[in-house]
Ligand binder design. Structure first.
Ligand code: PGA
Length: 255
């Protein structure tokens, strides 16, 4: 599958608020073994903030890369409880998830905040994985494309084509996250193609280089079907990334 692909596949695990340091290091090490020898796939894992540095050390010499789950847009300051992009850089993060629907839903994250986070990450050489997606109500009201277009425009802000080209997007329909319901490969492809068209209008040919991941109940059983779609360039995996065996099978489905 990989040789025909327009873009290198990425499989990223979002561990959310799971695992202390020893459990994170164990899981990371198992994933690194599973990823060893799988070519043409970028694998990243996003542990909690407290486990980042230990996991970074456990991943040295492996092909698995480190991601954070969130960031604040300021470099430093009186912002109790937050973590900045240079801090993430200092513990070895290559990627950072921003705009996850749980941040939007529970912590009031807006597209404008996501934009500011993207700018901060880019200035420290960390690649943002920017999430967007509609709720069940929005889908049922036929507003999916309108919603993702608004989110995309908002989080891109006034970024130029060169900056847009280095972003990773993750389309995660909110109704599919942690629910066991997955968008069908055809439905997901439709939204991914729509997003790429919109990126093309903003960034021209650079849109062909932008990876758009799918997220929402990705499992070993459905990964291959989703990844076979021309505009689905990888997966952002929650629940199934906490099981090394399941995550390994998803990585293999991509390789
Ligand atoms: P899920 O989560 O795979 O458990 O649905 C995906 C995500 O929230 O990124």
């Amino acid at each position: 599958m990989s040789s025909a692909r327009a873009r290198r596949v990425m499989i990223a695990g979002n561990w959310k608020m799971h695992h202390d340091v020893p459990a994170s290091v164990r899981l990371a090490s198992m994933i690194a073994v599973a990823a060893d020898g799988v070519h043409d796939v970028d694998v990243a894992i996003a542990p909690t903030f407290t486990a980042l540095f230990s996991v970074y050390n456990a991943l040295i010499g492996t092909s698995v890369m480190l991601a954070a789950q969130d960031v604040h847009w300021l470099e430093q300051g009186a912002v109790t409880g937050e973590v900045s992009a240079p801090m993430l850089k200092s513990v070895g993060c290559s990627y950072c998830i921003v705009g996850h629907s749980e941040r939007r839903q529970f912590f009031g994250e807006t597209d404008e905040m996501v934009f500011k986070k993207i700018v901060a990450l880019k200035s420290h050489g960390i690649t943002p994985i920017a999430c967007l997606g509609e709720t069940l109500e929005e889908r049922e009201a036929g507003q999916t494309f309108e919603v993702v277009a608004r989110q995309l425009d908002g989080l891109l802000g006034d970024l130029g084509p060169a900056d847009i080209a280095t972003l990773i997007l993750a389309y995660e329909p909110v109704w599919a996250i942690g629910t066991g319901k997955t968008a069908s490969p055809a439905d997901a492809q439709q939204v991914h193609a729509f997003l790429r068209d919109r990126l093309r209008a903003r960034a021209g040919d650079a849109a062909e280089r932008i990876r758009i991941l799918y997220g929402g109940s990705v499992k070993p059983e459905n990964a291959a079907g989703l990844l076979a779609q021309p505009d689905i360039d990888g997966a952002l995996v929650g629940g199934a990334s906490l099981d090394a065996g399941h995550f390994a099978r998803i990585i293999q489905a991509a390789g």
